[in-house]
Design a protein around this ligand. Structure first.
Ligand code: NAG
Ligand code: NAG
Length: 504
């Protein structure tokens, strides 16, 4: 309760500052972020979401978007066409409200995919918002399709408001301890200066982090970091069944259209295996010896959140000769380390620094990825994998932008001193959305972060694993932690980057 109250104070202190950017918490006196750079502003503009409706309170559900009343038309087209791989299918989707009236404005969050269970095939579509209640979904191949209304535009109004008004709805704590004295204090990226603070801002990267100072202990007695909990004040989300995900199915007799909107998927599934479009050939690493051979003489550094930890777990589970060293770490946090002595393979995982919603993690295991990269010599036997997105969802996006920029600078330094280093970036993925998940971790928040991630690393000599498309195109349900068949496909991509095969 106290934190919510403090955040209200915080909002109050910002109300005099005219900002369009929903970064109010950062303008509290305690953690003034400098002005947005032109680059940051450009990035923010590039991810701008359409206007969503101002909502009356209480919200009237009858005017919100309703998949059950919404319709689609597969656009009729060129006569006599035969279907070819790479052809485009276009569907016009009209979103209607709960009373069946066509919506007049855009801003709904839709995702689209085509899939064919028999062929084990699937591909993500691209959705274009016409800002008048209609949307076009464009797909490159012909299978049965599915469009999911993830959130109505009304829900997005509420999600936006949540970020502005309750950025501290996931809150953090630290235990301070010295001898027999211990105190637990609230911590965050920014705290209203209502009591003395301990400043844990990283001197190297400049990443801010604060705790309230314990009454009887010094700031250097902080021994751990953990998620305090999740707290949401009054929100209209409970009124507006936004997590009620339903589907609009596309089927029927579609015809080919040469569309003006290029779907540009990065790949698709066929017989359960991911095939990349454009450039990389993804090879199947179906047995341990192929994987071990690829990783021979390599050091693989995995940095990030639990979706990267999954990759560590996968490699350990499929490689019998890769033995995990017992570092006595908690399963959620790491660090972890596995070795195959015979083949000189080392695989390491470490989680990223706060904001991090793990259970208790020792403070000396909190490492900013940029600092970790600066400690690497790098080279052609080094593979660096970075995956950081999910724990930033409740914060104003500027925090994430700055975290990525510090990582980007470290990647540039690494590639400059050791150009042979392979750097792989894992993007965000879609997840199952319960109500509480939506409030803290909606796919809509992930989508914004995903766009920032891609823009930040664009043009660098790094490779992407497009977890967004891979989770969308797959028939398995969306999950924060994608299931093993999807992980297997992701690892195949990493290994294909690591060991490109000639004539492949
Ligand atoms: C926290 O420490 C950083 C780095 O020393 C400093 O730049 C910043 O001004 C400090 N913030 C506060 C509120 O003391
Ligand atoms: C909405 O805009 C699209 C694209 O401009 C157009 O094709 C469609 O007819 C419009 N729908 C309505 C209801 O005006």
């Amino acid at each position: 309760l106290s934190l919510f109250f403090l955040l209200l104070l915080c909002t109050f202190c910002t109300s005099q500052i005219n900002t369009l950017l929903a970064i109010s918490i950062f303008h509290c006196k305690v953690c003034v972020f400098t002005q947005l750079s032109p680059e940051e502003r450009r990035l923010l503009d590039s991810i701008a979401w359409p206007e969503t409706p101002r909502l009356p309170v209480p919200i009237s559900l009858s005017t919100a978007s309703d998949p059950a009343h919404s319709t689609f038309t597969i656009l009729p087209v060129r006569a006599g066409g035969q279907w070819h791989v790479g052809d485009e299918l276009e569907a016009l989707i009209q979103i209607c409200d709960f009373q069946g009236r066509p919506k007049q404005f855009g801003g709904d969050f839709l995702v689209a995919r085509l899939h064919d269970p028999e062929l084990g095939a699937g591909v993500a579509g691209r959705v274009v918002d016409h800002l008048n209640g209609s949307y076009t979904a464009v797909f490159p191949l012909l299978w049965e399709g599915q469009v999911t209304l993830v959130h109505s535009s009304e829900a997005i109004t509420v999600l936006r408001r949540l970020t502005t008004e309750q950025p501290g709805r996931v809150y953090f704590k630290s235990l301070f301890q010295s001898g027999s004295v211990s105190e637990t204090m609230v911590c965050n990226v920014c705290l209203p200066p209502t009591q003395p603070l301990c400043n844990y801002t990283d001197l190297h990267t400049g990443e801010p982090w604060f705790c309230y100072k314990p009454k009887n202990l010094r700031c250097d007695t902080r021994i751990n970091h953990y998620k305090g909990g999740f707290m949401v004040g009054k929100t209209d989300l409970y009124d507006i069944h936004i997590t009620d995900v339903r589907f609009i199915f596309l089927s029927g007799q579609p015809e080919v259209k040469s569309s003006t909107v290029k779907p540009e998927p990065v790949g698709y599934y066929y017989q359960g295996a991911w095939r990349a479009l454009g450039g990389t050939t993804v090879h199947q690493f179906n047995n341990p010896s192929a994987i071990s051979q690829c990783l021979t003489d390599k050091v693989v550094h995995l940095h990030g959140d639990s979706t990267i930890r999954q990759w560590f777990e996968y490699l350990n589970s499929v490689l019998p000769d890769l033995k995990e060293f017992n570092l006595h770490s908690r399963r959620q946090n790491g660090p972890f380390m596995s070795v195959d002595m015979a083949r000189n393979i080392l695989v390491k995982f470490s989680c990223h620094a706060p904001p991090l919603r793990f259970s208790s993690i020792p403070t000396n295991e909190l490492h900013y990825i940029a600092n970790e990269l600066d400690r690497l010599v790098g080279g052609s036997n080094t593979v660096v994998v970075i995956g950081i997105w999910s724990h930033f969802s409740t914060f104003p996006i500027v925090l994430y932008m700055r975290r990525l920029q510090s990582i980007r600078r470290a990647v540039l330094r690494l590639l400059n001193r050791a150009p042979g280093t392979l750097v792989v970036i894992r993007t965000a993925n879609l997840k199952a959305l319960t109500l509480s998940e939506t409030l803290t971790n909606s796919d809509w928040y992930s989508l914004q972060r995903d766009k920032v991630l891609r823009a930040t690393f664009k043009g660098l000599n790094v490779r992407l694993v497009d977890a967004w498309e891979m989770s969308l195109a797959h028939h398995l349900p969306h999950s924060l932690h994608p299931q093993t068949p999807i992980i297997k496909n992701m690892i195949d991509i990493v290994l294909s980057y690591t060991c490109p095969q000639k004539n492949g």
